[in-house]
Design a protein around this ligand. Structure first.
Ligand code: TXE
Length: 488
């Protein structure tokens, strides 16, 4: 069991209250670490440090090239500790080791992507109807409050910190209270890379208190949040106090649409992976499987044949494809949806139960569930469950598929499976979602914008679009007339 401090102004400190939180392995309940349980005052101290580092520290004087080099060093540091970080991620949030290892490499890539981008931030010169040299410069927004969830703890920290730092901001990162460990390890790597004190602060604690303080603080210029839609609304309301800039990445109820002409084997794989990767605890999970009626029976049969291959267990065990859910409370929530689905009249084809046996006794495991005969009006087809529960909805025509797909408050991701490229392009253009795939599900690239339409959030992360969220735009007008204006 390790004791962690949190990172404020370059120091590893306890909570002012002295309180700590136990961090446990969701697969077996083992005590992994104790971390400070920050309160509002700790978050405020971290904001003060980030404010001072932005307003008066050496950070703002660094060249973009130097900032870029520091980010590359962070990427290298992540790679140097990749194995340990992946194991820690698996222990803390439950995901299988292969998935954690992928996330760790992706986090390093993300720092490198934005390390490269630091030197490509530029403005432009404008012709204006006056004798003026007029140009536009891009500047950092300032102090960024960054609140992240528990499903991709290290990767979300990378998605938030790397564009903010590339753009020259300072940050206070608040990991989920359930999964702070890899973010704290990242803090260590960031310090070792030579990023000055106060530029990155990491506050561990719950939403109530430190999370709220970050969202509301008048000293914070921008808040970036990834999490549930209900919390996103609260963050947005709190952020309105000083009208801080805001970006939100929220939930989804994403349609994965399979047409009859799709390659069936690929579609079966894509449907399962879309729904059950990372235990289904993914905002972009393909949790609604829309299937053309003529292949419905064959697709379902194909999935049921493969479901036993999704081996449950501790994510560190070889061959395990699905770990536990993140917490007992979250499993309760997901189980309540199994009950809701059954009561609504959907047909539970498999899963939805706690697996039996000693290996599972102390973990928050749940067998992957597939519901058939789901109606678009049912709650299991409308609400984000955020667990291994797939709702299968048959359709008869392309128009009907599009209409069901778009009939949701969300608009994060969507996919289409078909061999007809014209249809693929046509359907994708009609889907109201920010992230779309054809004949695949889930690949995510640091180069491309990530974010949703409608209640799935606002703003975009990643790629060139992602850094925009961390930049202000300033116009500069240099008068080239030498005479007084003579207005009066
Ligand atoms: O998330 P929260 P929870 C969805 C998913 C899940 C549901 C609830 O459907 O079942 O949200 O999960 C911090 N002010 N997603 O409760 O509350 C909190 O400490 C400021 C989708 O775990 O959104 C954590 O750091 N911050 C999702 C972060 O917000 C607050 C990922 C996320 O927690 C706060 C996770 C407040 N008032 C859940 N309250 C995705 N989009 O990927 C909490 N927090």
């Amino acid at each position: 069991m390790k004791r962690y401090g949190m990172l404020i102004d370059g120091q590893w400190v306890p909570a002012r209250s002295g309180e700590t939180r136990e961090i446990r392995d969701p697969a077996d309940g083992a005590l992994l670490a104790k971390v400070p349980e920050a309160g509002r005052v700790d978050a405020e101290a971290a904001v003060d440090a980030a404010r001072a580092a932005f307003d008066a520290g050496p950070w703002r004087k660094l060249t973009a090239q130097d900032r870029g080099k520091l980010l590359f060093r962070v990427g290298e540091g992540i790679r140097a500790h990749a194995k340990r970080l992946a194991e820690l991620e698996t222990r803390n949030c439950g995901k299988p080791l292969a998935e954690a290892a992928f996330d760790v490499a992706d986090a390093a890539d993300c720092f490198e992507f934005y390390g490269g981008l630091a030197t490509k931030i530029h403005g432009e010169t404008m012709q204006v109807p006056a004798n003026s040299l007029s140009y536009v410069v891009r500047e950092p927004v300032g102090v960024c409050g960054q609140i992240i969830p528990w499903n991709y703890p290290l990767l979300m920290a990378a998605w938030k910190l790397s564009p903010a730092l590339a753009a020259g901001n300072t940050a206070v990162l608040k990991p989920s209270e359930l999964t702070p460990l890899t973010a704290l390890e990242l803090g260590r790597i960031i310090c070792e890379a030579g990023i000055p004190a106060g530029v990155v602060n990491i506050v561990t604690g719950p939403g109530a208190g430190p999370g709220e303080a970050l969202a509301a603080s008048p000293q914070v210029d921008k808040v970036a949040f990834t999490g549930g839609t209900v919390t996103g609304r609260k963050v947005m309301t709190a952020a309105s106090g000083n009208l801080k800039k805001i970006s939100l990445e929220l939930g989804g109820k994403n349609p994965n649409i399979v047409f009859a002409d799709a390659d069936l084997e690929c579609a079966v794989d894509g449907a399962l992976f879309g729904a059950f990767a990372n235990q289904g605890e993914v905002c972009s999970a393909g949790s609604r499987l829309l299937v053309e009626r003529s292949i419905h029976a064959r697709l379902v049969e194909g999935m049921l044949k493969k479901i036993p291959r999704i081996k449950l267990g501790h994510g560190l065990e070889p061959g395990v494809k699905m770990g536990p859910l993140v917490s007992a409370a979250h499993r309760d929530k997901v189980e309540s949806y199994i009950e809701i689905g059954v009561n609504e009249g959907a047909k539970l084809l498999c899963g939805g139960k706690r697996p039996k046996g000693r290996a599972f006794a102390k973990g928050h495991f749940l067998e992957p569930a597939i519901f058939d005969r789901v109606k678009p009006s049912m709650r299991i087809a409308r609400e984000e469950i955020f667990g291994p529960v797939l709702a299968v909805i048959p359709f008869d025509s392309e128009d009907e598929a599009v209409s069901i797909a778009n009939d949701t408050e969300y608009g994060l991701a969507a996919a289409v499976w078909t061999k007809d490229v014209t249809r693929a392009v046509r359907v994708i253009s009609r889907l109201r979602a920010g992230i779309t795939w054809v004949n695949t599900y889930h690949p995510t690239f640091n180069e491309l914008p990530w974010g949703g339409y409608k209640a799935s959030g606002m703003g975009r992360e990643l790629g060139l679009y992602g850094i925009e969220e961390y930049l202000e735009t300033k116009q500069v007008n240099i008068n080239l007339d030498e005479n007084p204006i003579g207005w009066y």
